[in-house]
Design a protein around this ligand. Sequence first.
Ligand SMILES: C[S@@+](CC[C@H](N)C(=O)[O-])C[C@H]1O[C@@H](n2cnc3c(N)ncnc32)[C@H](O)[C@@H]1O
Length: 259
Amino acid sequence: MTDASAQTQNKKIYTREEFEELRIRKAREMKADESLQKDAFELFARADEKYWVHQTNWFGEPILNLPQDMFALQEIMFRTRPDYVLEIGAAWGGSLLFYSTIMEAIGGKGVIAVDIFIPDDLKERIGRHGRISDRIRWVQGSSTEQSTLGKVKDLIGEGSNVLVILDSDHTHDHVLKELRLYAPLVRPGQYLVCSDGVIEKIPPNPLRPRSWGPGDNPLTAINAFLKEDQRFVVDEDLEAKLLLTCNPRGYLRRIENFD
Ligand SMILES: C[S@@+](CC[C@H](N)C(=O)[O-])C[C@H]1O[C@@H](n2cnc3c(N)ncnc32)[C@H](O)[C@@H]1O
């Protein structure tokens, strides 16, 4: 709304700072509203049965995440300007093209994809997009193998700002190992994002048997990790405004000036 039309309708004109304060206050109200949270989660759980989380594309390639969470990652990238995005678990690769598109706009050296399974036709599809594809590098291997971590470190080099996104095998033990292995790559002020803690709340579906489930998933791993590594905190305000997220307690920021 223009200032003039706001004035004619006798509405308050917010400064940018006031609007920010309003948004944060309202996001915290959403988080505290148990009835809204319950309704939102029920919608999520019902839609999950229809693979809602798998329905988004970027440059025509599937992303296995909610647009809400991809927008959260975009906000993190804009704010923290990582040199590299490291995604552990790339699946169909739409997420890699998404991160690389943001980097094309704001700057950034590379997007590194680690996956245990990287077929040639996937590389070919993700490689079709000129400059957007050119900064994507693939590392095939299990994320918890030292050899995989070594290849990642060789690509990143010393002193780089890295946004790490963990989205592979969602069992507690595997994710806790990943958190311990990859947290040291995250510098103060940067983020370690751990996906799919929502599994803790979703009733197991007998038609989709998985090694993970309530009690054994990324959220249980995050809770264990945060007890042993106090350099990271959950970005509560980022989570609050999403309302729907696959990553509860999963947006971890490394504290600056931690003694
Ligand atoms: C949930 S999908 C990733 C979704 C992707 N991040 C996205 O947003 O579209 C999980 C991926 O993790 C990979 N994966 C499973 N176990 C792994 C392991 N031990 N190491 C590396 N990747 C693994 C699978 O092959 C699969 O591609």
